[in-house]
Design a protein around this ligand. Structure first.
Ligand SMILES: *[C@@H]1O[C@H](CO)[C@@H](O)[C@H](O)[C@H]1NC(C)=O
Ligand SMILES: *[C@@H]1O[C@H](CO)[C@@H](O)[C@H](O)[C@H]1NC(C)=O
Ligand SMILES: *[C@@H]1O[C@H](CO)[C@@H](O)[C@H](O)[C@H]1NC(C)=O
Ligand SMILES: *[C@@H]1O[C@H](CO)[C@@H](O)[C@H](O)[C@H]1NC(C)=O
Length: 397
């Protein structure tokens, strides 16, 4: 009997607590109702008004962003279209010299010549291809090695062919190597080496050349032309390495690394020597100087142009992204911008040494065993290091 009474007591107490909680919740929610009597309708637009940037690249990017934004475009009808957007509408042929920049860029006249050259043709991204290898990827390679070179660098290309860029089958994977060239123009006082280049191309069938002036600020042109080339000539390459012709690449290590990747990781792969929290150099004497009239803001994370490795899948996405990013004079920063537009960031990998390794290790074969890229190396050094790494006697702990 006492047990039953105790149980009843517990039950009544639990019920009382429940009722109390219910009242609390009820009171709370009715207070809420009083605080928000009805749905709030915003009185202003939810986007911020676009004000034109004073920096030319940023302004061009704003225009591209508007062109890509159907909501803003619908809002910006003829009557409210801002002057700066109408005014800048470019000539129908983007490859025509664009004289408007001479007045649109504040300090145009005092800028170094390379900026003037860049600005006048900034909107042109298509140049005729003069040497092509249409069938080079007939059987799609596991790894495509794309090397940025210049017409006169015959020895570097030959050293790469004899070492890390040896095309064919390495460690059971197919590797294809191509060299990416522009034109060494008489304008820049380059000697005419075109017939020697033709011989080289006929012999090795690995030269891709476009007819544009091969200069530092035109490396971004090389990047977009290459991305387009990959889509037409080598769309099924599993992975792509793109780098300079003065680096040593440990192809063995790269293949090994790629084989170990999980499927999702492989699909979104973009690795290199990643630089974060950088911005434009404002010191006129630095090679990478960029004036405030051209660009303001920080740089997105980007992989140093000495060499980076990415998937064929990313290559396709980068190509479509690049069509919506205004050309920027520094090619590796530009690729970082295209990646960011895709919502991606390059991943840092310690195997990429674009700033070289400590001097005391440079002549130690084992120092290269676990690395993927070292910069810089001469043609002779490339062949020497490759010989070390290819030796069956190499024994590293
Ligand atoms: C243009 O847009 C403004 C603001 O959205 C609107 O008031 C105006 O009626 C529109 N004019 C035309 C011709 O659509
Ligand atoms: C290459 O493939 C063959 C046969 O599939 C295998 O025996 C050999 O171990 C592989 N070599 C390497 C380096 O993976
Ligand atoms: C490259 O430049 C040279 C000299 O400026 C010119 O003669 C030639 O037509 C250009 N094109 C190619 C593909 O060499
Ligand atoms: C890039 O190449 C084009 C075509 O040859 C040339 O007109 C332009 O001046 C070059 N730009 C730079 C920065 O050298």
């Amino acid at each position: 009997m006492a047990l039953l009474r105790n149980r009843l007591k517990v039950m009544v107490t639990v019920m009382m607590i429940n009722v109390f909680i219910f009242i609390l919740i009820f009171r709370h929610s009715s207070q809420d109702k009083n605080r928000h009597p009805k749905v709030q309708i915003p009185t202003t637009t939810f986007w911020t008004k676009v004000t034109p940037s004073s920096a030319y690249w940023n302004l061009q990017q704003q225009i591209l962003d508007l062109q890509d934004n159907p909501i803003l475009l619908a809002y910006l009808n003829d009557t409210v279209m801002p002057d700066w957007l109408v005014d800048i509408n470019l000539p129908s042929n983007p490859c025509q010299l664009n004289n408007k920049v001479t007045t649109q860029v504040k300090d145009y006249n005092s800028l170094p010549d390379r900026f003037k050259d860049f600005l006048l043709y900034m909107h042109c991204r298509s140049y005729p291809i003069v040497l092509d290898q249409p069938d080079i990827c007939k059987s799609p390679p596991f790894l495509l090695l794309a090397v940025k070179s210049q017409v006169s660098h015959f020895d570097r290309r030959q050293a790469i062919r004899q070492s890390w860029g040896r095309a064919g089958v390495i460690a059971n994977q197919t590797v294809v190597t191509v060299f990416l060239l522009g034109n060494a123009t008489a304008w820049d006082y380059h000697p005419d080496l075109s017939s020697t280049l033709l011989d080289e191309s006929a012999r090795h069938k690995d030269i891709i050349q476009w007819d544009y002036r091969d200069s530092f600020f035109n490396l971004t042109v090389k990047e977009v032309l290459f991305l387009e080339w990959v889509q037409t000539r080598c769309p099924s390459a599993r992975f792509i390495f793109k780098g300079d012709d003065d680096v040593f690449v440990n192809t063995y290590r790269i293949l090994d690394f790629l084989k170990g990747l999980s499927e999702p990781k492989a699909r979104d792969l973009f690795v290199g020597d990643v630089i974060t929290d950088a911005g434009p150099h404002r010191d006129k004497k630095v090679k990478y100087f960029i004036p405030e009239s051209l660009y303001i803001g920080k740089y997105p994370p980007y992989a140093g142009g000495g060499g980076y490795l990415y998937s064929g899948d990313i290559a396709a996405r980068l190509y479509s992204s690049s069509e919506h990013v205004a050309l920027y004079p520094i090619d590796d920063v530009y690729t970082g911008m295209c990646l960011r537009r895709l919502g991606l960031a390059p991943e840092k990998n310690k195997g990429f040494r674009t700033f070289d390794i400590e001097e005391k290790y440079r002549s130690n074969p084992c120092a290269y065993k676990s690395l993927m890229l070292v910069h810089p190396r001469t043609p002779q050094e490339m062949i020497k290091i490759w010989t070390w790494l290819s030796s069956p006697d190499l024994n590293c702990q």
